[in-house]
Design a protein around this ligand. Structure first.
Ligand code: FMN
Length: 191
């Protein structure tokens, strides 16, 4: 089994990546493979609403000169998908939103192709707006008929500068529990 995580931060090794790795630690302990995909520096165009994915139905976006189809391929192959983002103006990063809109539309156009995969959202935040970002990513999972495990709190870690989330004990504990619950659900679904 495999879980792929997409880090929407402009900082590859910042707080969002640290939180994802805390989830990964528990998945790895359960024998689940993990892959962290960094969106930083990648070209990620927004959805152009051409609706070609609803005509072609080939599990691809018609825009082929950026990174989104690579991400979609990784989502298709994985059993679990983590969407992780810093909070930017009380929402996800631009790159993460482009991924949500395009991968989400392609999935809907292809007979709910992520149906019953396991999904989890992870958010880094300095102070405010994390729940809005968390909701934005959860919308992707729920509209795609995915299974979303919970944790002991919403999946949020607090910090401003890279590494600050390491001081947020409750945030890290939330990621640990999320990893345990994600592994548990994956094993139940893939018996
Ligand atoms: C463009 C931009 C907008 C931000 N907006 C918010 C915000 O609305 N609320 C907040 O608490 N922090 C905000 N922050 C701070 C980041 O969410 C915070 O530093 C986070 O830990 C960054 O995660 P990273 O290290 O993975 O990039 C913003 C940072 C940037 C660069």
């Amino acid at each position: 089994m495999k879980v792929v995580a997409f880090n929407g931060s402009a900082r590859k090794d910042g707080n969002t990546a640290i939180l994802v790795n805390a989830v990964f630690d528990e998945l790895k302990k359960a024998g689940i493979k993990t892959e962290l995909v960094q969106l930083a520096g990648k070209k990620m165009h927004g959805c152009t609403a051409c609706a070609k994915c609803w005509e072609e139905k080939d599990q691809r976006c018609v825009i082929t000169n950026d990174f989104v189809n690579d991400c979609i391929d990784k989502m298709v192959e994985a059993d679990g998908i983590i969407l992780a983002s810093p909070t930017y103006f009380a929402d996800v990063s631009t790159e993460m939103k482009a991924l949500i809109d395009r991968a989400g539309f392609v999935a809907m156009a292809n007979d709910a192709m992520f149906r019953r995969k396991v999904g989890a959202a992870v958010v880094a935040v300095r102070r405010g707006g994390a729940i809005h970002a968390f909701d934005t990513m959860n919308h992707f999972f729920f509209i795609n008929q995915m299974v979303v495990p919970g944790s002991s709190y919403w999946n949020v870690g607090l910090g401003l500068l890279p590494g600050d989330v390491k001081k947020d004990d409750e945030g890290l504990a939330t990621m640990k529990t999320l990893g345990e619950n994600m592994a548990w659900v994956l094993k139940k679904l893939n018996k």
